[in-house]
Design a protein around this ligand. Structure first.
Ligand SMILES: Nc1ncnc2c1ncn2[C@@H]1O[C@H](COP(=O)(O)OP(=O)(O)OP(=O)(O)O)[C@@H](O)[C@H]1O
Length: 300
């Protein structure tokens, strides 16, 4: 078995009284595209900084391809786009990219970088005159120009409009198709849902869910069963699987952890008028998970 692309082992990092990452263990096999999701302050950026070796853990360890992160970065195996990475000023995009490419042992040809990052129209532009979204594309180009095996992106689409975001993901899929390992953080649930093979939800510096989008939805979210009801509806709350009930305009909305059992019980009671079963989406799962994340001692 080759070493995994990313391996964080019980990594912990505190800033003063805040435990930003709390005993986090995360292994990313080669070739996987993994999304890190979590509310503000969940520890995503800190986890990324730890695994890239940008900050040392207080405890635990990080390895990339079985190597110290710094060594893996020096060998050109890792490309990263962090939230803080600035761009050198007063040079053109072409000059910047040829400089950065020159620091890698086996960089990608410029035309491939241009195609992946969709920056053909920006090559002659000065780096300090780019818009936020254009700068973001150039930073992506810098992350991939060394032809790294692992690409780590911290909120890569934060400054992009809808069209630029669509193009960005097309570029990223190009990387995934080349067998690269990709780890990105995002606040956009639909991006995680559509782009990642695996989603890891962080809360208070810990993993609170880990799986495919479908697995996370199944494990965390409650299906909604709706039915029209006359008269007293209180008994519906006692049906198997039902965790919450709400009556709105003569319809009962039952949030169920076992919708099959709920529907069966409704059928046995003859209460199936306008029956509707609405599967959970990732947003429901995310809210359910992150609103019940256990507090670590220091964050409590
Ligand atoms: N350099 C720092 N100094 C002090 N506190 C920090 C520092 N970096 C992060 N923190 C704190 O650590 C916690 C985790 O922050 P982090 O930036 O890792 O979360 P995040 O999930 O990336 O959040 P966001 O989605 O808002 O970017 C937060 O409470 C944050 O305030």
């Amino acid at each position: 078995m080759p070493d995994p692309a990313v391996s964080l082992t019980t990594a912990t990092k505190s800033f003063g009284p805040v435990r930003a990452v709390d005993g986090l263990t995360l292994t990313v096999p080669r070739g996987q595209t993994l999304a890190l999701l979590g509310p503000n302050g969940a520890g995503k950026s800190t986890a990324i900084a730890l695994l890239l070796g940008l900050i040392p853990p207080d405890a635990g360890r990080a390895a990339l391809f079985g190597l110290d992160p710094e060594r893996a970065v020096r060998r050109g195996r890792v490309g990263a786009m962090t939230q803080e990475g600035g761009l050198v000023q007063r040079v053109t995009v072409r000059e910047l990219l040829s400089f950065v490419s020159g620091t890698y042992p086996a960089p990608l040809p410029l035309d491939e970088v241009v195609a992946l990052a969709r920056i053909g129209d920006l090559l002659g532009r000065r780096v300090d005159r780019l818009s936020g979204g254009q700068g973001q594309r150039v930073r992506f180009a810098m992350a991939v120009c060394g032809d790294p095996d692992l690409v780590v992106l911290d909120e890569p689409t934060a400054a992009l409009d809808v069209e630029a975001r669509r193009e960005f993901w097309a570029g990223l899929r190009g990387l995934a198709d080349r067998g690269k390992t990709i780890l990105f953080s995002t606040h956009y649930l639909e991006e995680a849902d559509e782009q990642a093979d695996r989603i890891v939800v962080l809360g208070r510096g810990r993993v609170i869910a880990d799986g495919t989008s479908a697995e996370i939805k199944r494990a965390a979210a409650l299906t909604t069963v709706r039915v029209t009801i006359d008269g007293d509806a209180a008994w519906l709350a006692t049906l198997p699987g039902v965790r919450h009930m709400e009556i709105r305009a003569g319809r009962a909305n039952l949030r169920s952890g076992d919708s099959d059992a709920t529907v069966m019980a409704l059928a046995q009671a003859g209460a199936v008028r306008d029956l509707e079963v609405v599967p959970a989406d990732l947003e429901d799962a995310f809210v359910a998970l992150t609103s019940t994340a256990p507090a670590s001692k220091e964050n409590a």
